[in-house]
Each structure stands twice: as structure tokens, then as C-alpha cells.
Ligand binder design. Structure first.
Ligand code: FRU
Length: 514
């Protein structure tokens, strides 16, 4: 019993283990610390997620600092505490974020800086060449104005590296043309800051100055739209920005619709960021500086570029949808495994309960038979005593001995006498017994039931078996002979009844194996 219990437990444990194993634990955890939350960052995050689909061993954790240095430092500290395997960081303001990036590096966590830089150590950088972007935008504006006129630049967040780099490139280019009057304003990458900067300019220089501006170069499209929203720029004022994102809100559409006269694709390329991360994590060769290609978007090129970008967007959406379906399938598959587990457990329990109930029934049957047998043995012994007394006293008939026995015992004695007389007759039945006792079958049944709590059939069977046991113990007869001797027409049926009654097979010597 203990052995089978151990087997069932082991089987269940194995099964449970197989079924409950969901998606196995990820080997690499990458913390992504974003300085802001906007559509450019959303695009990058989505690309990063899509890039992990074929990589089973990677999981990403995102944090966004909402343009707040203190919050970003706290979020990076948290990633360090959690022991992420690699950090991908876009620092809000270089100077403020440098110490915590240094700390991560000292702790041995590789850091990829993307799009923005710090002043300290890092494992690798990936992003566009912002100085080059500034230079190309400067060349474009200079060309458009005929190398003269009034140009305003709205810079991104002070202290963030792309703002400084784009500015440097822009003035390098614009500065070559003395005919261009140039003013630089401070923004912080948000649309509101673009609006604020232009309204500030109006306050300082007057609305006439604003109305005669030829070009506004905002360092991103959002700030360009903010500047336009200020409503103080003249009809002749043209705007350009950076990012050129696809989608309904993006700069690509604004250029195609001629709201902006140009923008510059500021690439996100989450796929390449993840590839670089995996190269670092897997100790494969990688470059420390990874510059991403980008391009100027002008109204003539914008429709085609927009079409291409939309197509790519659709493909990405399709991949994401497929991935969602696959995820759903895995969840269902996991649930089915759990249902199967429970079904198997319930089946095993049912089988267990069935075995238990069956064994209990057999046990109870045996106990009842034992009780009946004990009672019968009691009467049999009395019967034997009576016979012995008769023999000793050599009484002519049963009379004198019968006098000492009560009525029930006397009745039972008559039954045993009858059964033993007909012991080898397999056709001897309850009907014949009743007839020999001179009573009806029903009368016999009632009386026997009252005295012994069992039926005449049982008494015939148990008496036959008891006699068989006696004969087997005496020896001299084999099992078949004994079975015929006690009125069983089939030795195999005899063996079955004998085993049920005594709990072991009949053997000629009367001994038995457990
Ligand atoms: C997005 C963004 C872009 C800009 C870049 C500079 O958060 O503001 O608009 O080009 O960051 O880092």
C-alpha cells in the first residue's frame, strides 16, 4: 500500500512540475530608462518590445522619468538594486544623470546610452549624429532663405546632449552667412516650451519682429508646432523641425501637408538597440559608438517616405498582432495543461476511492462471514458434544443428550446433521433441506435468520467450506477431491469460495501461503 502511495505521489509530483512550468524564467533582464514620455519614445519602446519576440531569453523593464532628473536617478537606482543585467538609458540632462550611470558601471552593469549622452563612462552609445543633423538643417535653412534674412532657433532641453549638439551644428552652418540674423531661444523639447519661447521673444522684441522672421528652426517637430500655435509668426515665416515621425501626429505628415517646410528623421531603431544589448550581454563583438543613419525630409520627398514609413508601421503592427495571438495561445495551452492535471488528479483519486471502497466491501464481507462462521462453529461444537455424549452413554437415540440442549441449538443440530449427511451432494439445496426438516422454505429462512442472523444458503455454503477446511487439515486428500467431497461441482469455484472465506488459497496439507 505504502509503495503504491509513493508511486502515485511521485507521478503526481512529476506531472505537476511539467504542467505548472509556465514560460521559463528569462535569462537577461534589461532596464530601459526613458527621460521623457512622448510619441518618439513610444515608438522606440514598441520597437524594443517587438525586437524581443524572437529572443526568448530577454525581458524588458521600462521606466519613464517624465523630463525629471531626480525621478530618473531614482528609477536607475531601483534598476541597479533589482540587479538588472544591462541598462539602456536616455539621460534627461547629461550632468545630473552622469553620477548614477557611473555608479551602475562601477557595479558591473553595462550601460547603453541611446539618443542622449552623459559626461561620464558608458559601455556603448547608439543614436544619430545630432551635430550633423544641426549642420544639415542649417544648410537647408540657409539655402531656403537665399543666405540672408532672420532665423530663430528653438533649442531642446538645456543640458541634454542633442540640444547642444544640434545647436553647434546649426550655427556652424548658419554662421558662415553674414546675411543671416540669428536668434537662439531656449525650449525643453515640449510643445509648450516652443510656444513659450516665441511668446517670450514677442514680449522682448515686439510683434513686428516676430512677423518678419523668415525661418524658425525648432530642434524638434513638437516645439515647431508650439511656435506655430503661439500665433505671432508672420505669413512668410517658415518652420522646420527634427524627428519626422510617421503616423497621424508625426512630423512626416506635417511636412507632407506643408505645415513644416522640412524635418529630419531622428531614428529610433529599437531593433538595433536590442541587438547591441545582446551582443554586450553575450560577450560578442560590438562597437562602442554606433551612429544611426538619418535623412532630411522635404515636401517633395515626404509623401513617398510617409508611404514607406506607414508600410513599415503596418508590418510592425502585424507582427505585434501575431505575437499577441501567440501569447494567447500559450496562455490557453497552459490552462489546458492545468485542466489536464486536475482531471488526472481527480481520476487518480476516483480510482483510489474505488479501490478503497472495493477493499472495504471485501473486508466487510469477510468479517460478516467470520461472524456467521463463529456462530455456526458454536452450534457445530455443541452438535459434536451431543454426538460424543451419545456415544459415551451409548444412548439409543438422541433423546437424553437432546434434553440438555436448548431449542435453537437442537434445531441447528438438525440442520448440520442434514447438511453433513448430504455433504457431497452438489445438488443439495435449501429446498431439499427445508423438505428434509419438514418445513417450508420461507419458514426455514425465517427461523435460521432469527437464530444465526444469516440465510440457509450461507449456512450450507459455510458448512461445506468448514468441512473442507477440516478435511484439508486432516490430509490425505487433494484440493479437487476435497471440493467434490464437500459438494462443489467445480474445484475452481471451490477455490474461489474458499479464498473469499478464509482469505487464502486452499492447499492439500491445510497450510497456506500468505
Ligand atoms: C523625444 C525627444 C525628441 C528629440 C529627442 C532628443 O523625447 O524630445 O523629440 O529629438 O528627444 O533627445
Amino acid at each position: 500500500m505504502n509503495k503504491s502511495l509513493a508511486i502515485i505521489t511521485a507521478f503526481l509530483a512529476c506531472f505537476l512540475l511539467c504542467c505548472c512550468q509556465g514560460k521559463e524564467g528569462k535569462r537577461y533582464v534589461i532596464g530601459v530608462s526613458q527621460c521623457s514620455e512622448d510619441i518618439w519614445r513610444d515608438k522606440l519602446n514598441e520597437e524594443l518590445k517587438t525586437a524581443t519576440f524572437p529572443e526568448d531569453e530577454v525581458s524588458l523593464q521600462f521606466a519613464s522619468a517624465d523630463d525629471n532628473d531626480t525621478l530618473q536617478i531614482r528609477q536607475i537606482e531601483q534598476f541597479i538594486k533589482e540587479g538588472v543585467d544591462l541598462l539602456v538609458i536616455s539621460p534627461n540632462q547629461a550632468h545630473a544623470i552622469t553620477p548614477v550611470v557611473n555608479k551602475a558601471m562601477q557595479k558591473g552593469i553595462p550601460v547603453i546610452l541611446f539618443d542622449r549622452r552623459t559626461d561620464g563612462a558608458y559601455t556603448a552609445f547608439i543614436g544619430a549624429d545630432n551635430e550633423e543633423i544641426g549642420r544639415q538643417m542649417g544648410d537647408f535653412v540657409a539655402r531656403q532663405t537665399g543666405h540672408r534674412g532672420s532665423v530663430v532657433e528653438i533649442m531642446g532641453l538645456k543640458g541634454s546632449s542633442p540640444a547642444a549638439d544640434r545647436h553647434r551644428g546649426f550655427i556652424q552652418s548658419i554662421g558662415k552667412y553674414p546675411g543671416i540674423k540669428f536668434v537662439s531661444l531656449q525650449g525643453d523639447w515640449t510643445k509648450a516650451s516652443g510656444k513659450r519661447a516665441i511668446l517670450d521673444l514677442k514680449r522682448r522684441q515686439g510683434s513686428d519682429f516676430c512677423a518678419t522672421i523668415d525661418y524658425v528652426f525648432a530642434q524638434n517637430d513638437r516645439m515647431a508646432m508650439g511656435a506655430l500655435e503661439a500665433g505671432v509668426l508672420g505669413k512668410r515665416t517658415k518652420l522646420c523641425g527634427v524627428d519626422a515621425l510617421p503616423g497621424p501626429e508625426g512630423g512626416m505628415r506635417l511636412v507632407a501637408d506643408s505645415v513644416l517646410s522640412a524635418s529630419y528623421i531622428y531614428p529610433t531603431r529599437g531593433d538595433l538597440v536590442l541587438k547591441l544589448a545582446l551582443n554586450i550581454l553575450k560577450h560578442r563583438p560590438y562597437s562602442k559608438e554606433n551612429l544611426l543613419q538619418s535623412a532630411l525630409v522635404t515636401p517633395d520627398k515626404a509623401p513617398l517616405m510617409r508611404m514607406q514609413a506607414d508600410e513599415m508601421n503596418m508590418q510592425q503592427q502585424r507582427i505585434q498582432d501575431l505575437h499577441k495571438k501567440l501569447d494567447l495561445f500559450f496562455v490557453r495551452y497552459h490552462h489546458q495543461k492545468v485542466y489536464l492535471l486536475f482531471t488526472v488528479i481527480i481520476l487518480i483519486l476516483l480510482v483510489g476511492i474505488f479501490i478503497y471502497v472495493y477493499r472495504m466491501a471485501v473486508y466487510r464481507h469477510r468479517m460478516t462471514e467470520k461472524a456467521i462462521t463463529e456462530k455456526l462453529q458454536h452450534y457445530m461444537q455443541l452438535n459434536e458434544q451431543r454426538n460424543r455424549m451419545e456415544r459415551l452413554a451409548q444412548l439409543p437415540a438422541a433423546e437424553s443428550a437432546d434434553n440438555v440442549l436448548d431449542a435453537d441449538t437442537k434445531f441447528m443440530n438438525r440442520i448440520f446433521d442434514c447438511i453433513i449427511k448430504n455433504l457431497s451432494d452438489s445438488a443439495f439445496s435449501v429446498e431439499l433441506l427445508a423438505a428434509q426438516l419438514g418445513m417450508s422454505r420461507v419458514q426455514l429462512y425465517r427461523k435460521v435468520k432469527t437464530i444465526t442472523d444469516s440465510s440457509p444458503v450461507e449456512i450450507i455454503r459455510i458448512t461445506r467450506l468448514q468441512q473442507a477446511d477440516r478435511l484439508l487439515r486432516q490430509g490425505g486428500m487433494n484440493v479437487s477431491e476435497v471440493s467434490y467431497e464437500v459438494g462443489f461441482s467445480s474445484p475452481s469455484y471451490f477455490s474461489k469460495c474458499y479464498k473469499e472465506h478464509f482469505g487464502h488459497q486452499p492447499t492439500a496439507s491445510g497450510t497456506h501461503a500468505e
